[in-house]
Design a protein around this ligand. Structure first.
Ligand code: GLN
Length: 477
């Protein structure tokens, strides 16, 4: 196996055995990027960041960082024209933590503009391709991170998940992707989309790496007022291959019309395997699931419209002046900058969000959506009184063709139907590989647990993964 195809835990073992070095690994990964990047376009910016020569480094592993996580002095643009040339003055907390562990940043991975999307097609830097089939999308919005891991252009990566943007691309690219509990990982230095839903999380080749990377980034941060003050366990201790006695719920609302037969078959097989290993399964109803997409698109766009108000041509990135000389007021500068700087989808979301927050419609939309959010969360609270975990498909389909959904935003929004509820409820959720479709595209299994029970999440995921080979498949590009 080539060095760049290793998992992080395999690489760390190789460093220990002195069969390779962190520098050699980084070199191999960079060569892989040179060979593959033209086909995949996983990166928005490849940065020549000086080698991290920290001594006694815990994890001197190359990593790709989604383009909405600030790295001091290196362009961080949310794949948007409006943040062109923006270089943050500080590191995100996750970046400082990774620097401490000896990480080597390869650059910023591609994404949908401002993380609005499910396909990585709205990036100012052009679409990312799915390494398993270059005609297909890698999912989104963290499609660059998922594709970079799947294409072996990095060992692991960070993404952000507001409504599924880590899990859905992980599922489409055949890698592991975790959205941690809201508040477990600091959002300081993550350029905000919807602050009550956003979480940073890992993309890895297997579950063990996922636990390792979460160990490196989790923990309380005084710079993030929503960061939880809890003791962080060593998540690798939860890598237990034992499903005996696990009580798992299957919500019937997740197996409805629209789910592809290949996805359904693979998820059914995964359930059968866990049953054989001693878990018990019960079908349950989560009656408010059907309102999740509508609720999410009201709340997420409302928060986005407010968060994006800061991009005005004064403080960050692009500044555009109207062409006609007579138009030079401050308002004109704002308008021209935002008109030139934001893409279609960003403008659509600013309009939607501003509308539902406006005086005449606030009660009917925003306030009502908040109430439904509470009901959706209650569905989960009730389920976790009786069950250790909930299992569903990550996405109703496998990766779709590039261009297939760009003209129909609603069909794009529906591809998050299974992932959105976890963000609304604040709970942790992971997608792990569980098979391939007939046309050889990866399928993902989603596991959810109660808030701050990432340990149960890892145990369930590991008990499945260790009895399968899906996570060992490497793409041949
Ligand atoms: N696809 C969803 C959206 O477009 C989720 C995006 C995300 O999680 N950042 O909003």
């Amino acid at each position: 196996m080539k060095l760049n195809e290793l998992t992080a835990h395999e690489a760390l073992a190789a460093f220990k055995a002195k069969t390779t070095t962190p520098k050699a690994l980084l070199e191999t990964v960079k060569n892989a990027i040179n060979r593959t990047e033209k086909k995949v376009n996983a990166f928005a910016h490849l940065d020549e960041i000086p080698y991290n020569s920290k001594e006694d480094a815990k994890a001197p592993i190359p990593i790709a960082i989604k383009d909405n996580i600030c790295i001091k002095d290196y362009p961080t643009t949310c794949a948007s024209h409006i943040l062109k040339n923006f270089k943050p003055l500080y590191d995100a907390t996750v970046i400082s933590k990774l620097r401490e562990s000896g990480a080597n940043f390869l650059g910023h991975s591609n994404m949908d503009e401002f993380a609005f999307g499910s396909s990585t097609e709205t990036s100012h830097f052009g679409p990312t391709k799915n390494p398993w089939n270059l005609d297909c999308v890698p999912g989104g919005s963290s499609g660059g991170s998922a594709a970079a891991v799947a294409a072996n252009e990095t060992i692991w990566a960070l993404g952000s998940d507001t409504g599924g943007s880590i899990r859905q691309p992980a599922s489409f690219c055949g890698v592991v992707g975790l959205k941690p509990t809201y508040g477990l990982v600091s959002r300081y230095g993550l350029i905000a989309f919807a602050s009550s839903l956003d979480q940073i999380g890992p993309f890895t080749k297997d579950v063990e790496d996922c636990a390792l990377l979460l160990n490196l980034i989790a923990g309380h941060d005084e710079y993030d007022s929503t960061s939880a003050k809890i003791e962080i366990p060593d998540y690798t201790k939860s890598l237990i291959n034992d499903a005996k006695g696990l009580k798992i719920a299957i919500p019937k609302e997740y197996f409805i019309e629209g789910i592809s037969p290949d996805v359904k078959a693979s998820v059914d097989e995964a359930i059968a395997l866990l049953k054989k290993k001693g878990a018990t399964f019960t079908e349950i109803s989560m009656p408010h699931t059907e309102y999740a997409v509508a609720t999410y698109y009201i709340l997420a766009t409302a928060e986005a419209s407010s968060n994006l108000a800061r991009f005005d041509g004064i403080q960050y990135g692009l500044r555009s002046l109207p062409k006609e000389q007579r138009k030079t007021s401050l308002i004109d500068l704002y308008e021209e900058t935002r008109n030139q700087g934001f893409g279609q989808e960003a403008k659509r979301r600013i309009m939607l969000g501003t509308y539902s927050l406006s005086a005449g419609y606030y009660d009917a939309y925003y306030l009502r959506a908040q109430k439904v959010r509470t009901l959706i969360k209650k569905d989960f609270d009730d389920a976790f009184k009786q069950f250790d975990a909930i299992i569903t498909p990550t996405s109703p389909t496998t990766a779709f063709k590039i261009g297939e959904k760009t003209s129909n935003p609603l069909s794009m929004y529906l591809s998050d139907i299974y992932t959105i509820s976890a963000n609304l409820a604040g709970i942790p959720a992971v997608s792990i590989p569980c098979g391939f479709s007939k046309d050889n595209l990866p399928i993902g299994l989603q596991i959810m647990t109660k808030p701050f029970d990432e340990q149960m999440l890892f145990r369930t995921a590991y008990s499945y993964e260790q009895n399968t080979d899906w996570h060992k498949k490497r793409v041949n590009l």
